[in-house]
Design a protein around this ligand. Sequence first.
Ligand code: AP5
Length: 213
Amino acid sequence: MNIILLGPPGAGKGTIAARISKEHGWPHLSTGDMLREAVRDGTESGAKAKSYMDEGKLVPDELIITILLERVAHDDCEEGFLLDGFPRTIAQADALVEQGIRIDTVLNLIVDHDTVVRRISTRWTCPTCQRVYNSITLPPTQEGICDDDGEALYQREDQKEDVVRQRLVTYGEQTEPLISYYRKKGLIKDVEAGGEVDSVMSSAKAALNNTSE
Ligand code: AP5
């Protein structure tokens, strides 16, 4: 199944995508992770993307569309994939249509802004496997250390409160219009995402069970 996870920063897109990916084996394609890797590797795309990301703005469509289309063409996406963080503009959604990439469902994670600011400020990430933790709601077994590979966890540069607030503005202006874009196509499944992870996951699974490929 080809799935898009939509929702504001900190809604839990990465957390829910990782769990669905583990259950079904569909690859979890996070454009944020791809860009952060490009920045770390010092690639040309990473150098172009960094200043936009640091300011809480979207990177240019042509840059991210090229990266995403190249990734979706890999063999491991044949049985399905989860898009986390893409599309984020109408132009990006249109690019999927132009390339004939079918989308089966769009999980729209709904959560209020105060909750996402709180969640993001307490998020910790593994630099190696990208697993996401939360020091309050989803802590690792040993404080500051990834359960999977023993690496020291870090906090992303774009999780400072002023950058998060800008990311929420960017989301409202450029990404929220995708909700009506996909609702008109009959693809949106609203998922109440303000509760604990297990209950969000149950709602997401119920939505997927109601989706035909
Ligand atoms: P990206 O990395 O995609 O960031 P984002 O969409 O802003 O989302 P986040 O990763 O911050 O949050 P999330 O919804 O995945 O939540 P998470 O699971 O981590 O993008 C970063 C930047 O890259 C963008 O600003 C932009 O510059 C650029 N970019 C990326 N894609 C782009 C595109 N397509 N076009 C242009 N630019 C692009 O959860 C958050 C925290 O809450 C965690 O600590 C987690 O443990 C915890 N948590 C999750 N769910 C729950 C729950 N139910 N209850 C309690 N805690 C929870």
